[in-house]
Design a protein around this ligand. Sequence first.
Ligand code: FAD
Length: 389
Amino acid sequence: MIVVVGAGLIGLSIAYELSKRNADVRVIEAREPGRAASWAGAGMLAPYTENVVPSAFEDLCVAALHAYPSFARELQACSGVDAHLRLDGIVEAAFDRDQAARLDAHVAALEVRSVPARRLTRDEVRALEPALGPSVVSGAFTPSEGAVDNRRLGRALHAACLARGVRIDERAGEIAIEADTRRVLGVRTSNGFVPARAVVNAAGAWAGMLAGVPDHARVAVVPSKGQMLALAMPRGLVCHVMWAPGAYLVPRDDGRLLVGATVEDAGFDVRVTARGLGTLLDAALSALPALGNLAVAETWAGIRPGTPDGLPYLGESSLSGYVVATGHYRNGILLAPVTAQAIADILEGRSRPDLAPFSPQRAEGRPAAGLPRAAESEETYAAIAKESA
Ligand SMILES: Cc1cc2nc3c(=O)[nH]c(=O)nc-3n(C[C@H](O)[C@H](O)[C@H](O)COP(=O)(O)OP(=O)(O)OC[C@H]3O[C@@H](n4cnc5c(N)ncnc54)[C@H](O)[C@@H]3O)c2cc1C
């Protein structure tokens, strides 16, 4: 038996992949599947626009982008849920000479690496997105990027896991790993002990606090708060995912336009604040004044799982059988399909030298200073539960 702790997009993707490989897998979720960061995110699939520098990490992000069409198609076939994948490009807009020069340099750097990207003149960027304000100077377009509706993707993965016979224990309450000095033995829940040959920690921003993990195998996960809002948009007002200085915009097929996101060092606080919304709306309205009359449909906040060095943890820890899959920070939705393959390969004993930079063992036993207390984390969940009620 393999137990996956946490039913966000990462845990559910891993469980789904393991089930396809005929593993006996069970997911244990403390609260509700797919309702934490995986629900709060914007769903952008944007390794180039996110400015990931050329590295093993960028290779992983690009592999994930390429994996998405078959991942979404297969999940739809298995679950009946369309995750609304749209890879029709991301538009970035510049509003002064410095921003234009930065976009030019960004496109030039992508072209050198044969990544599809092009500069847009003022007329071209306004032709692509007519709602852009008159002060736009130029733009950039990366045609292979896009977005997925991460809330739908969570539902698709949940249904696909159930369809494949994966057992998902929800609201499992207090959960602790049990281990002897050498290896993991299983997971203790309020309903009893679940023996396991391997346990995958996919508990997102909470992964560093999982009870029962011996100190030598514990890694620090740094919470990063993100606030967002959605506007009710007339169909077609904004067509592409757009980046403007200070905010990004993500059109959904259901008529909402997401505006995101703050990046805040605020522990596990998920309050939506006046300053957070004000900052996002200022940036969005200065780029697209036409958004000013739209109704605010929804506001929310979530907690990204960050790491001290900015790289995810993907792989085996120094405790035999204990595997970590978290720390995806701003790219966890993008990285879900490749994370699932990576962790399933590791659990099958396949060699994956490409994953060496992401080994959790690089960070074991060095919890970050100022890690939040568990009590703060419980308050976060109370707030999330209230918002989603
Ligand atoms: C505002 C915002 C915008 C974002 N935008 C994007 C984007 O555009 N593109 C992108 O790729 N990424 C984006 N992200 C990042 C992405 O959402 C995350 O990296 C990703 O969702 C992490 O998934 P996860 O499954 O690791 O964590 P989560 O979705 O947080 O899931 C972790 C799960 O573990 C459970 N859990 C916690 N502790 C325990 C325990 N002890 N026992 C059992 N279960 C436990 C939790 O209840 C939760 O369900 C964004 C994030 C935010 C907040």
